[in-house]
Design a protein around this ligand. Structure first.
Ligand SMILES: [Zn+2]
Length: 168
């Protein structure tokens, strides 16, 4: 049983009382307004419930983002599948090397002699690429892609220019 303050004397009165036992003032009006504020509180509960869901979704979103990015953030633990994509001037010749570092810290370098467009699949923790144009003209563009997203890219149009990219 809730208590409300009497309109007239300010004493505590049962909300179910018809009138104040102290001064006799009717408490009906105030009781009604009390009920109204009670239902307003209910609305407040609903909106805070929605807020709670919102916070929950936000936490899930951050969690998913973290998991999706963990291959990068937890460097030294997780390996990812990378694609090194070479584009630019079609038919342009290039050479160089890419280096793949495994979660254990072991690095392996692979020499490459290629023609644009080219693509290399690498499973590693860290990938670094150094490709150089064999010609004066043309554009050489190197992208490192993970999960369909370009994580690093470099482009050169310089004479015998070098495109150098790394995931870290
Ligand atoms: Zn009273």
């Amino acid at each position: 049983m809730a208590l409300i303050k009497c309109n007239e004397c300010g004493k505590d009165v049962s909300e179910k009382a018809e009138s104040c036992p102290n001064c006799g003032a009717p408490v009906e009006v105030k009781a009604k307004s009390f009920r109204l504020s009670k239902s307003e509180k209910k609305g407040g509960c609903i909106s805070s419930f929605i807020k709670l869901i919102g916070i929950g979704l936000l936490c899930m979103f951050i969690y998913v983002m973290f998991i999706a990015d963990s291959g990068n953030k937890m460097g030294g633990i997780v390996s990812s599948d990378f694609t090194v994509k070479v584009t630019g001037t079609s038919g342009l010749e290039f050479s160089g090397a890419y280096m793949a570092t495994t979660p254990t810290g072991k690095s392996t370098s692979k020499s490459v002699d290629g023609v644009v467009p080219a693509q290399y699949k690498i499973t590693a923790n860290i990938v670094s690429v150094n490709f150089q144009k064999k010609t004066e003209g043309g554009i050489l563009k190197v992208q490192i892609i993970r999960g369909g997203k370009v994580v690093a890219e470099s482009e050169t149009s310089a004479e015998y220019g070098v495109a150098s990219v790394a995931t870290h």
